[in-house]
Design a protein around this ligand. Structure first.
Ligand code: ZN
Length: 274
């Protein structure tokens, strides 16, 4: 072989090594996907009624509904859930006390200062058992149930039941192949709330594949479930990357901060905090 041929061989070899190293690097760096929540429902500004009545303890029954022209969120579904008792001084005290060990302030900042939560009661959860989606595994139903029970260890006044029929379910969890390629998304939660910011329904959608069609390993499916079910229970996003409610898939397990935040949320009434 002549000199030029050796040179070419060397150049091609270097290129192959470069490509191999780059592709190994990119497979080591997990792609970040958005884990999202959509909230519909526009609770009345309960605090206005509190200041108007000059009382710390008030009920939202005294508040007038927002004018129809302002209320562009047509998905508010009125419910007969009890009107929450609100003691504004006590709400503020608890939030201040819990601020350093939770992400309650992030939650308020991302939700226009509104706390959304379920009323103390039974919550019926239906987990789709037969999605006919590629790479789906029956064990994921159990994984999803386990995640509800993990969140329950935060000490919240909810009792989860898992009916086999979706009719009348409060939370519906479905599996899909993948989200559209233009949405860098792997999970989505649609939450509905009533006039007092009680959550009345939630739909969780979990994809089994990323945008390239690659399958998530079961550990990552559980991670997505933890995040989206956190939304379904009322949590918003946290700014701390080391928590499950960070809006990208960076943290696998529930942390004490996650549980403390959910616990704090369920010691507070729903509604606007200002
Ligand atoms: Zn999210």
């Amino acid at each position: 072989m002549g000199r030029i041929e050796y040179w070419l061989l060397g150049a091609v070899g270097a290129l192959i090594i470069f490509i191999a190293v780059e592709s190994a690097k990119s497979s080591l760096q997990p792609r970040r996907y958005a884990l999202q929540v959509q909230q519909s429902g526009h609770p009345r500004d309960v605090d206005q009624s509190v200041s108007a009545s000059m009382s710390d303890t008030s009920s939202a029954a005294e508040a007038t509904p927002a004018p129809a022209s302002v209320d562009v969120h047509s998905a508010v579904l009125r419910s007969r859930a009890p009107v929450p008792l609100r003691n504004v001084a006590e709400i503020r005290r608890r939030i201040t006390d819990g601020a350093s060990r939770t992400y309650i302030l992030d939650l308020l900042a991302s939700q226009d200062s509104v706390l959304f939560r379920w009323p103390d009661s039974q919550v019926r959860v239906w987990i789709q058992p037969d999605p006919h989606v590629r790479d789906w595994w029956i064990g994921y139903v159990e994984s999803a149930r386990d995640v509800f029970l993990e969140w329950q260890t935060a000490g919240i006044p909810l009792r989860f039941t898992f009916p086999t029929d979706s009719t009348g379910a409060d939370i519906v969890l479905r599996w899909i192949e993948q989200f559209p390629a233009n949405e860098m998304r792997i999970g989505l939660t649609r939450r509905r709330a009533d006039q007092n910011a009680w959550v009345t329904h939630a739909e969780v959608i979990v994809a089994l594949h990323d945008n390239d069609g690659d399958t998530f390993p079961p550990g990552e499916i559980s991670e997505i479930l933890r995040h989206e079910i956190g939304h379904a229970l009322g949590l918003g996003h946290a700014r701390n990357r080391g928590t499950i409610m960070y809006p990208e898939n960076t943290q696998l397990d529930l942390t004490e901060t996650d549980k403390e935040t959910l616990h704090l949320l369920y010691t507070l009434p729903p509604g606007k905090v200002k």
